[in-house]
Structures are given as structure tokens and as C-alpha cells.
Write a protein that binds this ligand. Sequence first.
Ligand SMILES: [Zn+2]
Length: 263
Amino acid sequence: MPELPDVEVFRRYLNATSLHQTIERVRVQDKRLLEGISTARLSKELTGRELEQTRRHGKHLLVKTGGPVWLALHFGMTGFLRYFKKTSKQPDHVRLTIEFENGFRLVFDNQRRLGRIALASDPDRFVADNQLGPDALEGIDPDGLRKLVGSSRARVKAALMDQKKLAGIGNVYSDEILFQAEIHPERKSNRLTRQEVGGLYRGMRRVLKTAIDVGADPDRLPRSYLIPRRQEGASCPRCGDAIALISFSGRSAYHCPSCQQRP
Ligand SMILES: [Zn+2]
């Protein structure tokens, strides 16, 4: 599922391909992804205009149009963007197509249809309306994380993934961040020491930035990372012991029982 690093990579891709070109036509291949808007409204807001700039908040990508609205995309479990010449073969599960006058198109592919397409009057309003917490990379400082964690009785993995408290981190990156910080995913958030929360903050930033730097490609992550070894019995890159999968409160987590000691 696309998390903060993936969506940041999509944002940069859109910036590098699709800005400042007149939109000729908009096609919605699957209306079920539209949230609170009609195909006609989306088409009216985009046609004849350009995409001007982008912003990411957590797992949402917001794109400013030349008109009064921003296009808001959420990628669900399987979403991605692709930009290509009209005559090229398109990906298999296109749900939205934006055709430009230059003969290229930008498509939103979303196989499992859990993504969303919406319009927003401005990004801050969108964040408030969707009750999103601060962005995990751009919007929180060490004190902010300390307050967030200190006021939560949830297990730390659940606290990191709560989009209303902190936007952008999901199942995969929460495991990586906790592995790097050497904190067991089932620890109670408000029982972490000040030092552990400091390590959690540094680990979170380092993991998110590193993932963005490698294009969110798991195969290009450092060898010291857990993500390429998300498999029960795989060897921990730090100590060599077996990686384990645990389940709690409806979540599951890969971790190293030796490096991340249970409380
Ligand atoms: Zn280990």
C-alpha cells in the first residue's frame, strides 16, 4: 500500500511530467473512486486548465489546477500514476485519465479500487476536513512526537499508523521505523522513555527520507533494512536471528524478537 515515501515519489513524478500543460480532456473510467464529485464536475474543473503545483500530506497527493480547486488523490492499496504518449499501451487498471494537448496522458491506475479522487478548495481545508494529523515528515518536531506518543495508550505501532494523529505511515514503514529504533511494536506508547521517543523520531525521519531517496523501491533500500526481509524466518540484518510476525488488535507486525525486546 502506498505510504508517505511512495506518495512523495508519485508527487515528484507528476511534477517532472505533467505540470503546465493544457488539459484537453478528462475521462473517468471508474466512477466508484469519485468522492463527493461527479464526472461532469471533475471534467469541468480540469478541462482547458493546467496542473500548476503539488503538495503531499501524509498519503494524499494534492494537485493545484489553474482554477479554484485542487485535485486530491489517495492511492488506496495499489494505486500509482503513469504518464505516457497517447499511442503507447496503457496500464491495466486505469480509473482516471487526464489527456494533455501535447499528445500525452496522465493516468491514475488503481487495481483494487480502494483509492479516491476528490476536489478540495485548498489543501489546509482538505487536511482539516479529513481530520488528518500532521505530516510525518514535514509537520512534526521531536516535541510534537513526544506529546503524541506520551498521550497515547495505544501500542506504538498503532499510534504511528493513526492517520488522525500522524499522517503518512502505514503497515510497512511502521515496522521499519520500529526496527530501526529497536522498539517492540507492542510497546505501550506512553510507556516509552524520553530517550526511546528521541530514537523513534530520528528513526522515522531517517527511514522516510532514505525511502524517498531510493524512489521507494524496496530493492534499493540499505542492507540494514527490514523491508526487503518481511518474511517469517528471514534473518535479521542486524543480529541474524529469525524475523517474526506477530498479530495484535487486528494488526500484524514483522519484527526481530532479539533486537526489539518485548516490554
Ligand atoms: Zn535482530
